[in-house]
Write a protein that binds this ligand. Structure first.
Ligand code: FAD
Length: 397
């Protein structure tokens, strides 16, 4: 464990630049985006131009080279402003670019990772299916060999960025007899391939700026150069990406908590009832104190896990068994605690706003709707507890 809790001057400068950018380019469009339930194409374009879709990717592959800590700084700041933009970046970066960076061939990195990091190509990640959610290894989409080529057939569900993405990392069963251990393979599927289409896009409680799309694969044919990672090891590819995603989701939840708590504090100091600002009432103070404690604890958890991932590096072949287990347990812990604490902090912040917190269009009302999904996607919190418990039973506390 490396114990150095200071951000570097470069990291602080990056945070300041992101904060200024988000206030200028993203904050003004969020309320209308939420109301119209539209993908925020213009602000996403500006973020891509700024390099924010390639923050943890090394500069040699077109990214900003700021590692997972830099990436979590971006997600934390995004979490303060808008969860939809955070999800769009997260689906692309954690789930789309991680498999390419960690498992891609040099050719795939040149063809996909470089344009993705530069913001010229949007990615998505597709594991979930109608019959396979938490039991994510039970993939039914079939990938059948035809000579040295592959034919993919099936239906994928709930794909963030699924409508807009240029390329999707799709998990399919290459050997249904083997299941997740050896029977699932990851593929890079480009939009426009014959037989590959977008189906229904869901309407949702929150995250109104994101698409959550069904993808239909009707005998989609690709060559061997579209296989991402070793044949049969797609489940490892997916879980590795999810470890990154769960930590960055924790960072986004942290940002959401910080914004909600700051809003509640400001409101409590100016809202007068019974002749005094409500912040003078101890019941309100206790709520604010609980928020502050969770924010402080989560900050350490998130950045410790991100720093650990940076120290491990991006070549899975070099990770020892213990480090691999630590990483997965940390990611599950961060994701689970962050999402539950965020839901609770945002709920209490809404309570402090009284009736105003329930009025459509207030930032806290949107935050409340947006936060709930973090307990569900990237693996439900029941699954995170299973991950931690299984590791406990194997390795102890
Ligand atoms: C807005 C949104 C965006 C998403 N984005 C993506 C994406 O980009 N890519 C992608 O692949 N997927 C995505 N998903 C899918 C998401 O990851 C799944 O919905 C999630 O993993 C849960 O699967 P499920 O919905 O099938 O629920 P189920 O697996 O059916 O679970 C239902 C309930 O049973 C519980 N449960 C299941 N098994 C167990 C068990 N063994 N022990 C205890 N409890 C259990 C679950 O925790 C849950 O509470 C997205 C979903 C949404 C809603």
């Amino acid at each position: 464990m490396a114990i150095d809790f200071e951000f570097t001057a470069d990291q602080e400068a990056f945070r300041a630049a992101v904060r200024e950018f988000l206030q200028r380019e993203v904050a003004p469009v969020v309320a209308e985006m939420d109301e119209r339930e539209e993908f925020p194409a213009a602000s996403v374009r500006r973020m891509q131009q700024e390099g924010y879709f390639g923050v943890p990717i090394p500069e040699e592959y077109g990214g900003l080279g700021l590692g997972k800590v830099g990436y979590c700084i971006l997600l934390e700041e995004l979490g303060k402003v808008d969860a939809s933009h955070g999800t769009i970046v997260g689906a692309h970066t954690s789930l789309g670019t991680t498999p390419l960076l960690y498992f891609g061939t040099e050719d795939q990195k040149r063809r996909y990772l470089v344009p993705a990091a530069k913001g010229e190509r949007l990615l998505a990640f597709s594991l979930t299916e109608p019959g396979s959610g938490s039991d994510s290894g039970a993939v039914h989409t079939l990938a059948e060999r035809s000579g040295d080529r592959w034919i993919l057939t099936g239906t994928k569900l709930y794909v963030s960025n699924g409508r807009e993405a240029d390329t999707v990392v799709v998990l399919a069963a290459s050997d249904p007899t083997r299941g997740p251990s050896g029977g699932v393979t990851a593929f890079l599927l480009d939009k426009g391939l014959r037989g590959f289409s977008v189906g229904r896009c869901e309407r949702k409680m929150g995250l109104h700026g994101t698409s959550t799309a069904e993808l239909l694969l009707d005998h989609v044919e690709v060559g061997p150069e579209q296989v991402l990672g070793p044949v049969g090891l797609g489940f490892v590819v997916a879980m590795t990406a999810l470890d990154v995603g769960r930590v960055s989701l924790g960072a986004a939840s942290l940002g959401g908590m910080e914004a909600a708590a700051a809003g509640a504090l400001a409101f409590a100091q100016q809202r007068v009832q019974f002749g005094a600002p409500i912040a003078q009432h101890q019941a309100i103070q206790f709520k604010l104190a609980d928020m502050a404690m969770r924010i402080q604890a989560l900050r350490y958890l998130v950045y410790h896990a991100a720093d650990h991932q940076d120290r491990l590096g991006t070549d899975p072949a070099r990770w020892g068994r213990e480090a691999r287990h630590d990483k997965t347990r940390e990611a599950a812990t961060v994701k689970c605690l962050a999402s539950e604490w965020a839901s609770d902090v945002i709920d209490q912040a809404l309570q402090i706003h009284g009736g105003l917190g329930y009025i459509r269009g207030t930032p806290i009302e949107r935050a409340y709707r947006d936060a709930r999904i973090s307990e569900i996607f990237e693996g439900t919190n029941e699954i995170q507890r299973l991950v931690v418990a299984r590791d406990l039973l194997e390795r102890g506390f």
